[in-house]
Design a protein around this ligand. Structure first.
Ligand SMILES: [Zn+2]
Length: 440
């Protein structure tokens, strides 16, 4: 990070202008920056939040646990102290909104974690929302900039992935809630009731009340760090297609049946996997990723020729066309392997998540805010799912990434430099001003 960029974050706050004044209005219309992030308070809130479910350096704060509900109660209290209008809805989403009638920019993420998670995954975007809303209140800008900070429930899927953002978007039914349960068998409805959320009113995304959704998040990968950049402007959240590939053979004694007479499903599967790695590279785009994450032989005995092989292939890209190409390459590999070995190879799709594009206008505001702060940014896809993927179906949405040290996430090793945490919040605040000014 260039030093001059860090200097920018430390600049003294602009003098307070009465929001009713014509000078204020003129300054606002020109897009001059007014929101001032309190750096110490931002870091302190992040560290306080990390105290709920604290492990050595990470957190254990799965959705609907005591640590999660206590963290949500703390967050609501911090919102109240800032003068925000707060609400907790019927699944446990926490909202804090600046008062006033303007359409609000929703800013947030999630405060639940995976069972052994890092302290910034989700928490970062929520505390950014809180800090920016607080800054709006302190500067008396609520007639010009409306912000609704949010912490969505269970993004990590302890009971039902993204149940909070699905509920916010009106995409979860009573049947959907009934289908959710934890690994140890507690139904989602029971967890909601246990935490005292069951009688709360729903809060829904409403394009009449909400202007946009902005989610800041740690990158959870190594690309920003490798590029030496502090801000990633997310172009979209990748689509995922997952296939279970089954190869059929016949079990035989591994010592008595000559090689030429075997119907070896394992051998065919390994040949197929090698062809897949080769051909997928040809069909893929620059940012595509794919993975064979598991392979299993049956019956799985050292002295038995495999009768069946099952492997799982997953492919991710931002473009449905590229995914189509990769899927065709997969089909061609399966057909070629079946021809070469005489073993039937069949693929069954087990997951199909469409790519989600981020809003180009919001992306431009994020990019310009970064460059106005002297911070170089890059466009990048998100290879992981986020609440923004759901909310983008109802509101224009965009995401900002900050670097993860060594790309580590979903572990206690997850961390980000304080300077990058502060810079990201200032860039997001600046984007909030630009988006608000453009909407006047
Ligand atoms: Zn997350």
């Amino acid at each position: 990070m260039p030093n001059h960029a860090r200097e920018n974050w430390k600049r003294t706050p602009a003098p307070v202008l009465r929001h009713g004044s014509i000078w204020y209005q003129l300054l606002f219309m020109t897009g001059a920056q007014h929101l001032h992030i309190d750096q110490d308070r931002l870091l302190e809130d992040l560290r306080t939040l990390a105290g709920f479910g604290k492990l050595t350096t990470g957190v254990a704060r799965v959705a609907y646990s005591d640590a999660d509900t206590e963290a949500r109660a703390w967050l609501r209290e911090r919102m109240r102290q800032a003068g925000l209008e707060t609400a907790v809805d019927g699944v446990g989403n926490v909202f804090g909104r600046t008062p006033g009638g303007r359409r609000a920019i929703v800013i947030g993420s999630h405060t639940d974690s995976v069972p052994v998670g890092g302290w910034l995954d989700g928490a970062l975007g929520v505390v950014y929302g809180l800090e920016i809303a607080r800054s709006v209140m302190e500067r008396g800008l609520q007639d010009w900039i409306a912000v609704e900070a949010v912490s969505f429930m269970d993004e990590e899927g302890t009971y039902l992935p993204c149940v909070g953002s699905l509920s916010f978007c009106g995409e979860i039914s009573a049947d959907g809630i009934a289908a959710g349960h934890s690994l140890d068998g507690e139904p989602l409805g029971d967890a909601i009731a246990r935490c005292g959320y069951a009688d709360n009113r729903p809060v829904h995304a409403d394009p009449g009340r909400h202007l946009a959704y902005l989610e800041a998040h740690i990158e959870q990968g190594p690309r920003l760090e490798a590029a030496g950049l502090a801000i990633g402007v997310v172009t979209g959240i990748v689509g995922i297609r997952r296939f279970r590939i089954e190869v059929t053979g016949e079990a035989d004694h591994a010592g008595t049946v000559p090689m030429a007479m075997r119907k070896d499903a394992g051998h065919a599967a390994v040949l197929c996997a090698a062809a897949l790695y080769r051909e997928m590279a040809e069909a893929a785009g620059d940012d595509s990723v794919w993975n064979i994450g598991s392979i299993r032989f049956e019956p799985g005995a050292d002295n038995v020729v495999p009768a069946r092989a099952v492997m799982v292939l997953e492919m991710r890209d931002l473009s449905a066309d590229v995914l189509d190409r990769m899927e065709s390459a997969m089909s061609a590999c399966l057909a070629a392997t079946a021809d070469q070995t005489g073993r039937p190879c069949e693929a069954t799709q087990t997951l199909d998540v469409a790519p989600t594009a981020m809003d180009p206008g919001l992306m431009r505001h994020l990019e310009e805010s970064a460059s106005a702060s002297g911070i170089a940014s890059m466009h990048m896809p998100s290879g992981a799912g986020h609440d923004a993927m759901i909310v983008a179906r109802r509101l224009p949405a965009a995401m900002l990434f900050i670097p993860s040290i060594r790309g580590k996430s979903h572990s206690e090793a997850e961390n980000t430099d304080d300077a990058d945490i502060l810079g990201g919040c200032q860039v997001l605040a600046s984007a909030v001003e630009r988006i608000s000014a453009a909407a006047v």
